[in-house]
Design a protein around this ligand. Structure first.
Ligand code: HEC
Length: 132
């Protein structure tokens, strides 16, 4: 193969790996809910059942029982979160934190939760403090 030919191959390999890396990053982000997924349109849940909402949206980062630990997410059943009031938790869910936690309020850009849904999931978060 000529020199020019092998350079072309390496350029192609680089472009291909870059593509794979980007897709993997976006995919992982999708899986944990950290970013919006370009191809998957999440169907907005209409339920106001806090446990259902928690299990479908928060578990990936905060754990099934709010024990935390993934994607830098703090525990919800202990530590600072366990001292938060209902309105504080609702505000956190509604507004999230840029780059760390999505903002779930419908009033935010990609949010899907109504105020009633935010309240329901916040109440469920508080209930995690007392479940074993
Ligand atoms: C992509 C991961 C991710 C998802 C999904 C996520 N969170 Fe979070 N959450 C975080 C991170 C990271 C923080 C810490 C942010 C900060 O420092 O303010 C946080 C903070 C919180 C806090 C404040 C805790 C504290 O100690 O300050 C509450 C309450 C909370 N999240 C509830 C929820 C609920 C309820 C859901 C589901 C509706 C949810 N989170 C979904 C990552 C996530």
């Amino acid at each position: 193969m000529s020199d020019a030919g092998s350079i072309k191959v390496w350029v192609l390999v680089f472009v291909a790996l870059f593509g794979v890396g980007t897709v993997a990053l976006v995919g992982i982000g999708c899986a944990v809910g950290a970013n919006q997924c370009p191809f998957v349109k999440h169907k907005a849940l209409t339920t106001t059942d806090g446990m259902t909402l928690y299990q479908s949206t928060c578990i990936g980062c905060h754990g099934a029982r709010g024990e935390g630990g993934t994607a830098d997410a703090p525990p919800l059943r202990s530590g600072e979160a366990a001292t938060m009031t209902l309105p504080q938790i609702e505000a956190k869910i509604a507004n999230g934190k840029p780059f760390f936690m999505p903002a779930y309020s419908k009033k935010k850009k990609h949010g899907t939760f109504s105020d009633a849904q935010i309240q329901a999931v916040a109440e469920y978060v508080i209930s995690l403090r007392t479940t074993s």
